[in-house]
Design a protein around this ligand. Sequence first.
Ligand SMILES: [Zn+2]
Length: 281
Amino acid sequence: MRYLSKAEIMATEARCIYCTALHTTVEHMPPISMFRGRKRPDGLVFAGCAACNNGTGAADLVAGFIARLSPRYDQASWQIEEAKARAGILEAQAPGFLGEFFDPLQRTTEWFPTASGIRRPLTVVRLSGPLTRAYLDVFAAKLGMALYRHHCGHPLPLGGFVMCGAYLNAGLAPDTAKALLSIMPDQSGLRQGRRNHADDQFIYRFNTDGRSVVAALAQFHDGLYVSASAFRTTDPYGQLPLLPNHRRVQPGDLPGMMPYRSRLRAVQRLPLVKRAGPSPS
Ligand SMILES: [Zn+2]
C-alpha cells in the first residue's frame, strides 16, 4: 500500500479522520513526538481538523511519555532521558497527570521472573487514574480511526465506532494478548526503505477486510500497548462484546473526551484573534 503525500492528503481528503469537520491540518498518527529525537519515518499521515489535531495533543504527549517508561529500560537509557525531559511540557498541557501517574497509591511491587530464572521486583502501575485513562483512551481511539482510514480507504463513518483500550508494559495479560494476536495475521509499522524504520518504537499487528473493519494491536516502545478495532457500522454482528478495559468511541467524540483542564490549556494556547469591533463614537 502506498502512503499519500501531504499535498495529496490536503487536496483529496473529504474531511477530518476523527470527525466530520473540514480538515485544515496534517495529522501524524502515531505522532512525531512518539519517536526518538522526533525522527519519524514518513507514512500514516492523515487529514485532521484543528480541534481534533491540536485539541488532543496532550493525549499524544502522555502516550509518548508512558511508552518510554518500561522496567526493561535502564535509568540512563535515551527512553528514560526523553521521558524525564518532558515533565515540563506535560505539566503545562496535561495538568495533574504526572501527580496522578506517580501517586504511590496507584503502584504495587510485584516479583517477575527474568530470563535467568531469578525473580526481581518491578513496580507495577495501575491504570486506574481518571486522567491517565482519559488520555490513553483518546490516544487509542485516534489510532483506531487512523488505521481504519489507512486500511479501509475512507474515514470512519459517523455511524461507525472504535473499540479500544491501552495497557502498560505489565498490564496486558498474556491470555488477552494471545487472543488478540491470534486473529491478526499481518504486521506493519513505519518504514522508508530497508534501513529507515522505527519498529523498535512503533509496530502493529492487524487484520482487516480492507473496506469495513480493522482490528489492530500496536506496541509503542516497550511501555505501551494499544488495542483498537474500528467498525464501519454501529454493531455489525448484533451484539459485539466489549473487551476488558476497552471502551467504545465514535467519530466526533475525541475533543470532548479530553480532561477539562487540558481542554482549557489548549484554548489558552490558541493565538489571540483581533476582531474589528464597532468603532468608538
Ligand atoms: Zn476533527
